[in-house]
Ligand binder design. Structure first.
Ligand code: SAH
Length: 260
């Protein structure tokens, strides 16, 4: 079953360029995904402008409601009835891996990309189902956010990835970052591949990976560690990780107390 996305944007060429390469190009050829770009400018009448100044004053211009609503309705008429309209915006719910997985269940999605200072709020009130943010920063337009969100959703589609198992061990699964990985050569000017990965001992390899994943998550993303209830054996593994990194035992106790 092909999954289709509609991108409403005044810069459709961004999607044409970004999606017709690499793994998405392959998925388009194999009909796993499909996409269509819709330029709201084509819904303007005569010499009407797409943007105008905000009522009440303030800097910049806003995208007017009617061309955006017309563009959305055009997509909705083509798509299945219950298709969700997503407005990508810094004011939306923060996008994450679980929302990505949830949205991958939808057969079709409509992405609305803002520009300038954003859009007339009546579009949100009357047509938008979900407002989603890529992160706590402001972009100049919604295109890169929509592409990033779409790319992440695609990874969940059956047949999109070369090996579906990639999804199981990936970063953010179980609130952990992925373990470090290495490929050929075994030894180079940049260092050696950890001995354990060459051992062929699957149990040892999986223990090592668990330790590295826990350790990296602890160092870089304490917020994820705090969310995932660690078992006492995980704490022991972390202790080992930190001691191998050269932390002294008092420091390790202090650090681990912060997450207990
Ligand atoms: N004045 C607005 C920001 C407008 S940025 C405000 O203060 O909220 C212009 C457009 O870029 C927005 O309409 C939105 O579609 C997009 N955009 C900016 N930051 C984004 C983010 N973090 N996530 C998703 N879309 C974003």
């Amino acid at each position: 079953m092909t999954k289709k996305s509609y991108f409403i944007s005044i810069f459709p060429e961004i999607f044409e360029t970004a999606l017709r390469i690499g793994i998405t190009k392959k998925a388009l050829i194999n009909k796993i995904v499909d996409f269509e770009t819709i330029n709201p400018i084509s819904f303007l009448k005569d010499k009407e402008r797409l943007d105008d100044v905000p009522f009440g004053g303030g800097p910049g211009m806003l995208m007017k409601a009617n061309p955006l609503v017309d563009a959305i309705d055009f997509c909705k008429a083509k798509a299945e009835k219950k298709t969700k309209v997503i407005y990508v915006s810094p004011q939306g719910k923060l996008f994450d891996q679980s929302l990505s997985k949830e949205l991958a269940n939808e057969k079709e999605l409509i992405f609305l990309c803002g520009r300038y200072e954003g859009i007339d709020n009546r579009v949100l009130d009357s047509r938008v189902d979900l407002e989603i943010s890529l992160g706590n920063f402001v972009l100049s337009g919604g295109e890169l956010a929509a592409l990033a969100i779409h790319d992440s959703i695609c990874r969940h589609y059956e047949g999109f990835l070369g090996d579906q198992k990639s999804l199981v061990e990936e970063t953010f699964v179980n609130n952990l970052l992925e373990y470090p990985q290495f490929t050929k050569p075994r030894q180079s000017e940049y260092g050696k591949v950890p001995e354990v990965l060459l051992s062929g001992d699957h149990k040892k390899i999986s223990n090592w990976r668990k330790k590295q994943a826990l350790g990296k998550t602890f160092l870089n993303r304490r917020d994820l560690i705090e969310r995932s209830k660690l078992k006492s054996e995980d704490i022991e593994i972390l202790e080992e990780f930190l001691s191998e990194l050269g932390y002294d035992s008092d420091r390790i106790i202090d650090l681990l107390n912060e997450i207990r």
